[in-house]
Design a protein around this ligand. Sequence first.
Ligand SMILES: [Mg+2]
Length: 317
Amino acid sequence: MDISEDELITAIGRVLSGTGPDVLVPVGDDAAVVRGGTGDLVLTTDALVEGTHFDRTMSTPRDIGYKAIAVSLSDIAAMAGSPRYALCALTLSGDVDAGWTMELFGGMREATDEFACALVGGNLARGSEVTVAITLTGEVARGAVVRRSGAEPGDVVVVTGTLGGAAAGRRLARRGAPWTEDELHAIHRHERPAPRVGEAPVLARNGATSMIDVSDGLTRDLVRICEASGVGVRLDPAKVPRHAAAAEGEALGGGEDYELLATMPSAAAAADAAGELADVFATLLTPIGTIAVDGLQTIDDTGATHPLEPSGWDHFA
Ligand SMILES: [Mg+2]
């Protein structure tokens, strides 16, 4: 590192200055102090590890910082929470300079500004590889949290946006240029996921019975809802909205799309939510299946069923 730790912390404090109205003590003291809200507190933490989740030769520090915040925002959204405060525990390897680190925090600041939350503190450590660990708090009205475990037989399975873009983007970035417009969009999806922070409360208000963010692949995350809820599902793979640059396998199992997968109590509730999301956010909401009493199955266009093979990202595979 080309500057001292104290100099770096002072510089980071400048990038993060001007935090939220309820931040009583921001970066620069032993701990941050914020004013507590009136709802239920939602907490999440996630680490991006160099070599596993990002590659410094492929991604800019600004994009890595943005993504580190965005993936945690997505977990808060998946509980129907509204993001409030973030903490960052950063491990830096010896070959990282101050400029790279400042850009990383610049990307975090972009994401926290975009979604109206504040990075209020953190910690710097030395290590053999770069790790960006984010803890994020959120708030949800008392009792209004949406869990994975509430899906009921007959519920309509819906998903926001399109799937497979992030996986296609990862593949296409590795392949290298030239890229079509759709391919560039997919690469952007991979570098800068769009957490569905605004969309989640709309799904909740329209009666979502369960919700999860699609971090590890549609089928894998759908099975998680079914297991938590003690139900089965009939997924129609032909209805899964696929990103224009994605292969079918990437849409069903690619992961890292950070779309919301939810179950709605009726087709009418799904349609109401879809209308609102289209009007307010220009975000698609697509019915892709139905919750069943039991059995994890796909259904084809002849109406025949097949076993649902959960494919997707397994962190420990
Ligand atoms: Mg999640």
